[in-house]
Design a protein around this ligand. Structure first.
Ligand SMILES: [Zn+2]
Length: 189
């Protein structure tokens, strides 16, 4: 399931049938602490491996329902207008967080969450080097926003399976759009 600014969820109100709460360190609660069962199991393995390397990763934001996304996006539109809202928040039905396959990580220190500086935190450095071993990719890499539609998010990981993640890394392919031969999705249609 590939979701981007050209490819909304279908139906827009899709809910993963197997939402589960991973046994990892949480920096969130409620629905945002949930992932689909496959992603939750892989996250548990990855967070444990990071901890064994002395790096504490937290789950900062996982599943996000259509209703929550609609409220979040709507408040951005109300305060800043639609053009700016579209740079800050996915439209409802277009967030990868709604799939259950994606989540945001935090650093054990709590520092630099959701900021560009997060890339230099141990959690981000560890994830960039190791996430593929557990089937994850950094979904919105540096300088590939013309393809993904999102500026660099060193905190946003997407489960694609170990095989695809390792293959993408070995071939130097940064985005799922390129890997699966999909059109670039820099903006909404
Ligand atoms: Zn995210």
């Amino acid at each position: 399931m590939i979701v981007n600014k050209h490819r909304p969820l279908s139906p827009a109100t899709f809910v993963p049938p197997d939402l589960a709460r991973p046994a990892v360190r949480l920096a969130t609660s409620g629905e945002a602490a949930l992932l689909n069962s496959t992603t939750a199991a892989a996250a548990e393995k990855m967070f444990a491996a990071a901890a064994a390397d002395g790096v504490i990763i937290t789950l900062a934001s996982g599943y996000r329902s259509f209703t929550t996304q609609r409220a979040t996006y709507g408040s951005y539109v109300n305060s800043r207008g639609q053009a700016e809202a579209d740079t800050a928040s996915a439209r409802p039905g277009y967030s990868e967080h709604q799939t259950g396959w994606a989540f945001d990580i935090g650093d054990g220190s709590g520092a630099d969450a959701f900021t560009p500086q997060f890339k230099d935190r141990p959690a981000a450095i560890w994830a960039k080097a190791n996430a593929h071993r557990f089937g994850f990719v950094v979904r919105y890499p540096w300088m590939l926003h013309e393809i993904t539609g999102y500026f660099y998010e060193p905190w946003h990981l997407r489960f694609v399976g170990k095989e695809a993640a390792a293959d993408m890394r070995a071939r130097g392919i940064g985005t799922l759009e390129q890997y699966f031969g999909l059109e670039a999705a820099p903006a909404y249609l």
